[in-house]
Design a protein around this ligand. Structure first.
Ligand code: UD1
Length: 416
């Protein structure tokens, strides 16, 4: 079994380069099958991408890698049911529903996998497909989504879901006529997918707004796109810098994508300097407590809720964290308490009484961002922390061990 060992208390100094956004890349790969040939640049080196490559392979599409550029060719592809095993590999397997439906007017797959952080239904994805004229039936646990033809429709999402917005875009770009998506998700990753689809010849307007309009086209051609910098990876390392940084530079970022985080860090009194495409952080003492409420973009991202909780254990006073997106995203908390944090859980709210003195111990990662949160806590704890189930973190953080080692973190993967 592989575990991560971290000796805490080391200053982090130097530069961390941020990779392409996981949540963009995992949508861009399925989007690529809508045309014959697509090149995606700045693809992060994470295991979620490897899972998508396995699914592409299974469908008969070919892909070639050249550094961080992935080229996907779909000429030889066949529309096969995505098996239970492949569906469960990751949440973003669900994007094959929209992409296969758009391309072949037929898709078969199971409920997607992904982190266990709440129920995560796909009702909005399915009702979007139905609005476009598809029928959704179940064969046991398998969804069969079928349409004679897809016809543009007016769709209003009851929640601005990232996944549903992207899936409806994938299904509607080749539909007949006009589709509107009201209350669409405005996350930058949605915009990145729109950039690729438009480069392939789709006609989508309204990028970055909550009203997207898709004028259906008959076919799509080849295209290319560059994955935007990962705002969640950047945010995680910025928090690491606030906890342990000594002129830690987080490079290749788009600061406007994470201003909800940096605004909160500045409110705490953190030492962060924001430049055009990088941020420099230093550890300071006596950070003020704050209140965080997770919201859809541009609000505070749920994906940074667990990482910032580790920092809040060190603030001087009581911080409040409200998680409004997922019902089960506090699985890091028992382990932070084990490390010495004083946290009360009340439904979807945390009361964090700081400052705590964190001590290394043995902890378990339950999901991707819980793992990142425990790594942050371990980096500033006294002594050694052993983190089990580290596979969750490797799904979404590119070369995290090398990136942290390079800036002075004492962190290694060990076989025990
Ligand atoms: C994406 C991100 C994830 C992030 C989340 C919110 C990917 C691969 N993952 O997940 O990291 O935490 O956005 O920023 O991009 N919902 C429904 N019905 C649906 C769809 C969603 O009720 O059909 C609910 C979910 O249960 C959740 C909320 O909407 O409470 C947000 O989900 P959504 O935005 O769809 O998240 P994902 O696309 O799964």
């Amino acid at each position: 079994m592989e575990v991560l060992k971290i000796i805490g208390g080391k200053k982090l100094s130097g530069t961390i380069e941020i990779g392409g956004a996981k949540n963009s890349a995992v949508a861009l790969v399925p989007a690529a099958i809508l045309s014959d040939r697509v090149a995606i640049k700045n693809v992060p080196n994470i295991s979620d991408i490897e899972s998508l490559e396995i699914i592409l392979n299974y469908l008969g599409a070919s892909f070639t890698k050249n550094g961080d550029e992935l080229t996907i060719e779909s000429l030889t592809m066949e529309n096969k049911p995505i098996t239970l095993e492949y569906s469960k590999m990751l949440r973003a397997s669900s994007y094959f529903m929209g992409a296969l439906l758009g391309k072949y007017k037929h898709a078969e797959m199971y409920f997607p996998g992904g982190c266990s952080i709440g129920e995560r239904p796909i009702d909005l994805h399915l009702s979007g497909f139905e609005a476009l004229g598809a029928t959704v039936t179940n064969d046991g646990d398998k969804y069969i989504i079928d349409a004679d033809k897809l016809i543009g429709a007016d769709i209003k999402l009851k929640f601005a879901s990232v996944g549903a917005t992207i899936n409806i875009l994938l299904a509607s770009v080749l539909a007949e006529g006009k589709t509107t998506i009201k209350n669409a998700a405005r996350e930058p990753e949605v915009g990145n997918v729109i950039d690729l689809l438009n480069d392939m010849g789709a006609k989508i307007s309204g990028k970055d707004s909550d009203l997207l309009v898709v004028e259906g086209v008959e076919s799509l051609s080849g295209g290319s796109v560059k994955v935007i910098p990962d705002r969640i990876e950047a945010g995680t390392y910025i928090i690491a810098g606030v906890m342990n940084g000594d002129n830690l530079k987080i490079n290749n970022v788009i600061p406007s994508h994470f201003s909800s985080l940096t605004d909160k860090l500045l409110e705490m009194g953190a030492d962060i300097k924001i430049f055009d495409d990088y941020v420099v952080t230093n550890k300071v003492d006596n950070l003020k407590p704050i209140k965080i409420v997770t919201e859809v973009y541009p609000g505070f991202p749920t994906d940074l809720q667990q990482p910032i909780t580790s920092l809040l254990t060190l603030a001087d006073g009581t911080s409040i964290v409200k998680e409004l997106i997922y019902e089960n995203r506090f699985q890091n908390v028992p382990y932070l308490i084990q490390m010495g944090a004083d946290i009360e859980v009340n439904g979807r709210e945390l009361k964090i009484n700081g400052p705590a003195k964190l001590l290394g111990c043995e902890v378990i990662t339950t999901d991707l961002r819980a793992g990142a949160a425990l790594i942050l806590a371990a980096l500033s704890a006294e002594g050694e922390t052993t983190i089990k189930e580290i596979k969750h973190v490797l799904r979404g953080y590119e070369n995290i061990i090398n990136k942290l080692t390079k800036v002075g973190g004492e962190i290694s993967l060990e076989d025990v």
